[in-house]
Design a binder for this molecule. Structure first.
Ligand code: C5P
Length: 205
């Protein structure tokens, strides 16, 4: 099968040397890519800026911003059998990034932010029959309610939910899978590669 996986954070430019980002390490998405390649699938890995080794044989597409990630997903998702959005995509970006380095000035600086595209939401709206869409929900609070809300709103087949404290920027993860038909599957916690293997075991047809 052709599997598209997104991973890592995005960076949203403030000026030529500054950006807004988050603590995503990319390790969960890279582990999913490794696990899928080990099963013999064709893997396109669309990755934000990370500092970890690239799984051999993955078709790696490097991106920086949410807009670049959205474009790469538009280019590769249409003929994918499965899309797994593991990336921690920024929800907001500076509305007017500066072309030159911002100087210190007296008083407060107000940064105006605008929404980025909800990549997975757009995919959900245009889902091809037979295509499987899988999202991630990393939450600090109300994990199950937030995950189920995203599953529904984004028209997903599965959502993989984890507490930020259990998996964000760490080596290990604890995930619960929720299917659109109501099934709930808590996966054994462990290192991200073993969690990725259990996850694919549950979701692959
Ligand atoms: O940010 P949020 O918690 O809504 O993320 C849930 C899912 O949506 C994740 O799979 C994430 O990769 C995806 N997402 C996206 N585009 C965004 C924000 C999130 O595809 N702009």
């Amino acid at each position: 099968m052709k599997i598209v996986i997104t991973a890592g954070p995005t960076r949203e430019k403030i000026d030529p040397v500054r950006y807004i980002s988050n603590n995503s390490s990319g390790r969960m998405g890279y582990a999913l890519a490794t696990a899928a390649l080990d099963l013999g699938h064709d893997v396109t890995l669309i990755s934000g800026p990370v500092a970890i080794p690239v799984p051999e044989k993955a078709n790696l597409i490097k991106v920086v911003s949410a807009a670049e990630m959205a474009q790469a997903v538009r280019d590769h998702a249409p003929d994918a059998d499965i899309v797994i959005m593991c990336a921690a995509v920024a929800d907001y970006r500076p509305a007017h990034p500066w072309d030159s380095k911002l100087k210190k000035m007296p008083g407060k600086l107000v940064l105006e932010l605008e929404r980025t595209e909800d990549i997975l939401g757009t995919l959900g709206k245009n889902k091809r029959p037979g295509q499987m869409l899988i999202g991630f929900a990393a939450e600090t609070d109300d994990l199950e309610a937030n995950a189920l809300g995203k599953l529904e709103r984004k028209n997903l087949d599965w959502i993989a939910a984890n507490l930020v404290s259990d998996g964000f920027g760490t080596d290990t993860n604890r995930i619960t899978l929720y299917h659109r038909d109501g099934k709930k599957i808590p996966l054994p916690s462990g290192d991200k590669l073993s969690v990725a293997r259990s996850m694919l075991h549950e979701v692959l047809p």
